[in-house]
Design a protein. Structure first.
Lengths: 403, 403
């Protein structure tokens, strides 16, 4: 008997290995340009209205334990936000505040998944989703977003996929806006997906943590607009929309009044109570900042617009590289190019990422970590001169490795 | 197939039920005196040196994602603290920063426990320990602290207990100073326990979150002083020693350089990386406050001394009650009286707690939640007038329910 549990082997990520390699190169004196981490705060200071709310909460002594499932003030701010933005309607018990969405993902899988249970994810997925399914000894069933159709979902394929299963998935989960592709799902497609889930009695979950990071001319639909009356969950948080990654504030919202939704929301509260509470001061800060709607809108728009410029700048530069093919993003801060292996002397996305890091000092992430080998993810948050330098290096790297 | 996982039934606590009952009574207009929650910040404002460090970190823009396993500055502060206090020696990789010790407990059980694995806990235990063992489908094996011997551990009984097991526990866990009893383990006993664990190859874990909350004349021993060379883990955090419960900063420390310890510490880092990081600003705040040793010592002594006064005040008042019997605490802020059912018309600790709440508006916690039925836990943090009123009510309640 080893000291570690068998399931603990799933607590690992190919990105940790990338990180160790980057550290190694840095120790050898290499200068690494990191386009790996989706942290806007590295380039855009958390705005003053958020920081000031945080400082006020500290000065007001808000440093005690609060309710495990979340501060009432923050829950109320979330309820108001969803009413304002999406005309959604739910009560306090529908909202659970988590240590960032990471804990949210963990909680969802603990609540839903027993050994051998199926979960349906769409590829490419956020890297953490399958990790927590696996830790709970569940089985990941995948469907693909269609890269050739703007990374949308083909409903017929989903229906066919479901019909082939001997055991229905406990839930299906989409990311919208998407990480790593930066695309958003059309309203019609999202509605059809919700209907499909509902017809089969599959609980549907939408991770919408980038919902205010949508580019100017794009129409965005939250699941809360098209799933009224259907058992569903919304994942969101403060990291991206409030440019406050280090606060670690996430939300799980289960609006329904149906039996399934009520079972789920009550159980999420149980999990939340079990581990006491989330950083109290940060909860007060985000509640206050979320209610400070006018300033929030101005600041978030300012940051999102600047990020859009940087993403489009990178997208354009990368379009000059015939050895990769990239779908134009609609939101967030990612590019997810497909590698044209037919034209390159490179054998895998891992090979691509490690050699790029070694030869050019540019760190991007392997698509395999997102369930989409043959791709890599670029975080396009750095200032233009850094992005320009890095992407020209990627382009040069491809040219030097052409077949 | 229900929507929830089978194991999710373990995400529950009898204290949640108590809480709902307290809420209900409050709604009916009852004034409830809450002696249920071990939150010092409710009565002792988090000291200025900690708050100022936190505000400084916010003003300095420390709101980004930091390393998943913990901020290097905080790890270094923890290393220095243990060198200073216990002459212990370990490196950065030995320390993992968690979302409070709650997440630490969860992480430990994920890392160690597969379905059917044994874990050895000592009763009374902190209520969360068995919850996470059960969530991982492990089995709790118990040994008892000996109430008749100052809640110490009888090593012979432990040896005998281990010898009867068909399968050794993956780890054994003690709480020292103890919650809910408020006692500390004598150095000799702790050393014997460490030796026993080592002889049987059982990993030993000591939760020492109250290690600076020890009363004036009591000699305290950390496991780090008596387990050199033996695979062990120390649990600690900022909640109690820094009077900063709402920060949610915990530490797991695995000092060993043996094979088991290295496997464990590396796996804990993997778990930590999987869920990104702990609130970054709070980590900077505690790093800074921990390095501010002189001020920290003065402030922590001041608070601990005042708490000692309150605990001893409650202890004395409660000694006048012949219907309960309480071991004198040496640390922390709890009293854990045994109920003399032979003298009372009360049938269980649950009965005691609910009727006390209804009749007298005083909320204490059921011993059953700590694995010790026939007891209840009093948190003795409130100002003396509140404590006096509440404990006189408890005494009166007992008299009125005498056989």
């Amino acid at each position: 008997m080893g000291i570690l549990s068998k399931r603990s082997k799933f607590a690992d990520s190919i990105f940790s290995e990338e990180g160790r390699y980057a550290d190694l190169l840095a120790k050898e004196g290499e200068r690494i340009t990191s386009l790996d981490s989706g942290d806007p705060v590295k380039y855009f200071k958390t705005p003053d209205y958020v920081i000031n709310s945080y400082i006020k909460a500290l000065k007001d002594g808000k440093t005690f334990y609060t309710k495990g499932d979340g501060l009432a003030d923050l829950k109320d701010a979330v309820i108001k936000r969803y009413r304002r933005m999406y005309n959604a309607d739910f009560d306090r018990d529908s909202v659970v505040v988590t240590h960032g969405l990471s804990e949210g993902i963990s909680m969802i899988n603990s609540a839903f998944v027993d050994r051998g249970d199926n979960v349906m994810l769409f590829r490419p997925y956020y890297m953490q989703y399958p990790v927590y399914v696996n830790m709970n000894e569940g089985k990941v069933i995948t469907q693909d977003y269609n890269e050739d159709n703007d990374w949308s979902i083909e409903i017929d394929a989903v229906r066919k996929g479901i019909s082939k299963l001997r055991k229905l998935p406990k839930y299906m989960m989409v990311t919208n806006p998407n990480n790593p592709t930066g695309t958003v799902l059309p309203r019609r497609v999202l509605k059809e997906l919700v209907d499909t889930a509902n017809e089969h009695g599959i609980f549907i979950i939408s991770d919408e943590i980038y919902d205010e990071m949508v580019f100017g001319n794009v129409r965005y639909t939250s699941i809360s607009e098209v799933a009224k009356g259907v058992p569903h969950m919304i994942m969101n948080g403060a990291s991206k929309n409030f440019d406050a990654t280090g606060f670690r504030i996430g939300f799980l919202i289960t609006p329904g009044k149906d039996k399934k939704s009520i079972e789920v929301k009550n159980k999420l509260i149980d999990y939340a109570l079990t581990r006491l509470c989330v950083n109290t001061t940060a909860q007060y800060a985000i509640a206050d900042a979320m209610n400070n709607q006018r300033v929030h809108n101005v600041e978030t728009r300012r940051i999102a617009k600047e990020i859009e410029k940087r993403v489009m700048f990178s997208f354009k530069l990368l379009s000059e590289n015939e050895y990769v093919k990239t779908v134009k993003p609609h939101a967030a801060f990612y590019l997810f190019p497909k590698i044209r292996f037919d034209m390159l002397k490179i054998k895998s996305d891992k090979d691509f990422v490690y050699r790029l890091m070694k030869d050019k000092g540019v760190w991007v992430r392997e698509g395999s970590g997102f369930g989409a080998p043959d791709h890599f993810r670029i975080v396009s948050l750095a200032p233009k001169d850094i992005l320009e330098d890095a992407i020209l290096k990627i382009n040069d790297f491809c040219r030097k490795n052409k077949r």
